[in-house]
Write a protein that binds this ligand. Structure first.
Ligand code: PLP
Length: 458
């Protein structure tokens, strides 16, 4: 293996080689993602309207689909340096185990206390809030990864952080909750009696264990009803993809250092932020006609937004308070069956990725939960890292592609995003170890119910 001598197990970047700008893939898209619409007037959201909910600088980033590069502020670069660059690992052991001619690399984003890539955008969003002179931010968290990342970022910058955590997670995931509180966040189980919308939901459904849609509505109300607060969101929005482009830019810099050109780039897709960030600079080359790559989005078969959803305007939240986005969606009322990849249970998908997929520039596949945990377990035993269930969707697809190469004898180079660690997901691993994991795939009738709730927008 000549490779072994020239390509290290881990490719790191020197501090001086780290990206200092984020890349905005929309600048190179011929078909731009459709604008966000005001849910009342159905007109494109103006900067002024968005600024009532979001920080001003983030609104500018959200609406800008022409500027290709944004300078990363010095303070954010300094924070990045505490846990970045993240390693790009050559999966030599996995290649050997699979006996494949394929070369497999993964970009590991789990090497920070929050345990996932979400910190990359959390620090950016907290920074712009602080810079605007705000007192704090509000958000929701389902599984808890985003809330954890945001509380770390807010603690670093001395910002107040209010997290509405879906009640059932609040009760079932006490460790995530306590990490957030340790970083100084105020964590409120949602629905709560601290907001009007929360009180209404509690009156209507006493004893409810909450939902992400409801927690979003509470967090937005908490931000807009108090001076000095804004709402922040950890995925789906184009500003989040912009911040997450740091993943792809580092990956590209590391590969370029060793003159490696990937053939296939794979990532799991929930709201699309890690995948969008990973593929952005490569997609830019493809859009400009400089290079060609295959991009594969991997989603759970229980929540198949890209592979079985509709490309339409839809509400971003169940409470229908947020702007409408044009995206691949299962309908904001779609409730996926219990699934252990909490970060992949969103009904919609980033409008940027949706447009790229609709234009045939990216592929998508859906995989079943049991096969995902099988891949996760194999990966943990061979490569040493205990992966998050979300990330394991990408592992599953990468292994399948490598096995295809074994059949055809092709020496393809595969890169996938390993978004996080699975330490807080041991209940899910326990289910798998006990053989008690189920694979519910929604029927067409189930999906029809979600589609029936799509708003009528021309
Ligand atoms: C949130 C999360 C995801 C999915 O979110 P995207 O916005 O689609 O990237 C994937 N992996 C991990 C570990 C997460 O925490």
């Amino acid at each position: 293996m000549a490779d072994k001598k020239t390509i290290p197990y881990k490719i790191y970047l020197e501090e001086s080689e780290m990206p200092t700008q984020w890349y905005n893939v929309r600048a190179d898209m011929k078909n731009k993602p459709a604008p966000l619409l005001n849910p009342q007037t159905l007109k494109p959201m103006t900067a002024e309207e968005l600024s009532q909910v979001f920080c001003e600088e983030l609104v500018k980033q959200e609406l800008d689909d022409t500027t290709p590069y944004f300078d990363i502020p010095e303070e954010i670069l300094d924070f990045y340096k505490m846990y970045r660059p993240s390693p790009l690992v050559r999966a030599y052991c996995l290649e050997k185990e699979l006996d494949t001619p394929a070369k497999i690399y993964y970009k590991f984003e789990g090497n920070n206390t929050s345990g996932s890539h979400k910190l990359n955008s959390a620090i950016a969003q907290a920074y712009y809030a602080k810079n605007q002179g705000l007192k704090g931010v509000t958000t929701e968290t389902g599984a808890g990864q985003w809330g954890t990342a945001l509380s770390m970022a807010c603690a670093y910058l001395g910002l107040d952080c209010n997290v509405y955590m879906v009640k059932c997670s609040y009760e079932q995931k006490p460790f995530r909750r306590e990490v957030m509180r340790t970083y100084g966040a105020k964590v409120t189980p949602s629905p709560s009696d601290t907001t009007k919308v929360g009180r209404e939901i509690l009156a209507k459904y006493p004893g409810t264990s909450g939902s992400l849609g409801c927690a979003i509505s509470e967090a937005v109300e908490a931000a807009t009803s108090k001076d000095g607060y804004r709402y922040v969101l950890g995925s789906v929005l184009t500003q989040v993809l912009l911040h997450q482009s740091i993943i792809g830019l580092e990956t590209k810099a590391a590969l370029d250092k060793y003159h490696i050109t990937p053939d296939i780039i794979i990532g799991c897709a929930g709201g699309g932020s890690n995948l969008g960030g990973l593929i952005s600079p490569f997609m830019g080359e493809k859009l400009r006609g400089e290079k060609d790559y295959r991009f594969i989005a991997v989603e759970p078969a229980s929540c198949p937004s890209l592979t079985r959803g509709k490309f339409a305007y839809d509400y971003c939240d169940t409470g229908m308070v947020c702007p409408l986005a044009k995206m691949y969606t299962l309908g904001s009322g779609f409730i996926p069956s219990a699934n252990h990849a909490g970060g992949l249970r969103y009904h919609g998908m980033s409008s940027v990725l949706s447009q790229l997929y609709d234009d045939g520039l990216m592929e998508a596949i859906a995989v079943e939960q049991t096969s995902v945990f099988e891949a996760a377990t194999k990966f943990a035993r061979i490569e040493g890292i205990l992966p998050a269930p979300e990330s394991s969707h990408a592992i599953k697809a990468a292994i399948d592609q490598a096995l295809l190469c074994k059949e055809t004898g092709e020496e393809k180079t595969i890169v996938f995003g390993l978004t996080g660690t699975g330490y807080f997901d041991m209940v899910a691993y326990g289910k798998y170890n006990d053989g008690a994991m189920s694979d519910y795939i929604p029927t067409d009738e189930d999906l029809a119910k979600g589609f029936a709730g799509l708003p009528h927008v021309e």
